[in-house]
Design a protein around this ligand. Structure first.
Ligand code: G3H
Ligand code: 13P
Ligand code: ZN
Length: 309
């Protein structure tokens, strides 16, 4: 089966009250761990590549690895550009065979965001590619943009109908209190479900995307700290909140930090237990297994997309 767009995935997810996992990929082991989990759970899947991942891995290598995953697994996989910041980067990914791109012009004015997004939508739709855009601003670090808590803004429901109508975008990332990275909350976690509800009332049937949706499991923070790391106070979005969002209009949930933590915790423990080992396969193998386990957990307990193929 070739790469697919997220169009059908989102239609079914919306109707079925579940979400598709969009996992960030940077290397072979991460891709393999995610895809093995999705295959065992018979789950539809989005693999996403950020600008940083493109720079780190070289787009040719990542593309080929994803193609290999598609061929090997036979799964419906959507290959998505995460946080594309210019028309040019979206165009480059479309030319390389991505089936979905995000144009993130959320740091521009509303009018400019519409203009930039519409430009990408026109180009992408002519080539059968779907587009995600963002309204509102999440706190945290994404690619070159570092958004402080003070600059973060919830999505204004009053803007969503005009934005979607004028751009023709296929899905919309909104800010309701999630943020990028592993330090999302100082006190109690709080998501603005009222904003999500209002947006879904204004855009019936329209797929919403949640970025910054790692839950930062306590066992991973503890493992990292136990084996010489330093992540006190790391705190993510509680899983039950993500499950609730997935049962509403949220059709795509972005997860990166949890996978990074699973790799780091596993490798730190590995070297603690095996200080004399030096073959990368010895520690990257367990890291790949840890990715597989956490992705399975997400599919079953958070996204609800097990057996949806
Ligand atoms: O939202 C950002 C993703 O976690 C990607 O992070 O830009 O460091 O690859 P990155
Ligand atoms: P996390 O940092 O919460 O994993 O968010 C990832 C993300 O939104 C990628 O676009
Ligand atoms: Zn993001």
């Amino acid at each position: 089966m070739p790469l697919v767009t997220s169009k059908e995935m989102f239609k079914k997810a919306y109707a079925g009250g579940y979400a598709i996992g969009a996992f960030n990929v940077n290397n072979m082991e991460v891709i393999q761990g995610i895809v093995e989990a999705a295959k065992e759970e018979r789950a539809p899947l989005i693999l996403q590549v950020s600008a940083g991942a493109r720079k780190y891995s070289n787009p040719i290598y990542l593309n080929r690895l994803v193609q290999a995953a598609v061929e090997d697994s036979g799964l419906p996989i959507c290959l998505h550009l995460d946080h594309g910041d210019t028309f040019e980067v979206c165009k480059d990914c479309i030319e390389r065979g991505f089936t979905s791109v995000m144009i993130d012009a959320s740091h521009h004015s509303f009018a400019e965001n519409i203009k930039i997004t519409k430009n990408v939508v026109d180009y992408a739709h002519d080539r059968g590619v779907v587009v995600e855009a963002e309204l509102g601003r999440l706190a945290g670090i994404e690619d070159a943009v570092n958004v402080s808590d003070a600059d973060a803004q919830y999505t204004d429901p009053a803007q969503v109908q005009e934005f979607v109508a004028k751009t023709g975008v296929d899905s919309l990332a909104i800010a309701i209190g999630t943020s990028h990275g592993a330090f999302k909350f100082k006190g109690e976690a709080k998501l603005r479900f009222d904003i999500l509800e209002e947006i879904s009332r204004l855009l019936p049937g329209f797929p919403i995307v949640l970025h910054g949706a790692s839950s930062v499991p306590q066992y991973l923070t503890e493992m990292i700290n136990q084996y010489g790391g330093n992540m006190p106070g790391a705190k993510g979005i509680p899983e039950e909140m993500l499950r609730q969002a997935a049962s509403m209009a949220v059709c795509k949930i972005n997860i990166d930090s949890d996978l990074r933590m699973a790799v780091t915790a596993t490798v730190r423990k590995y070297f603690n237990d095996n200080p004399s080992h030096f073959d990368p396969r010895q520690y990257l193998g367990p890291a790949r297994q840890a990715i597989k386990e956490i992705v399975k957990h997400k599919i079953v307990n958070v996204l609800g997309c097990s057996n949806k193929i």
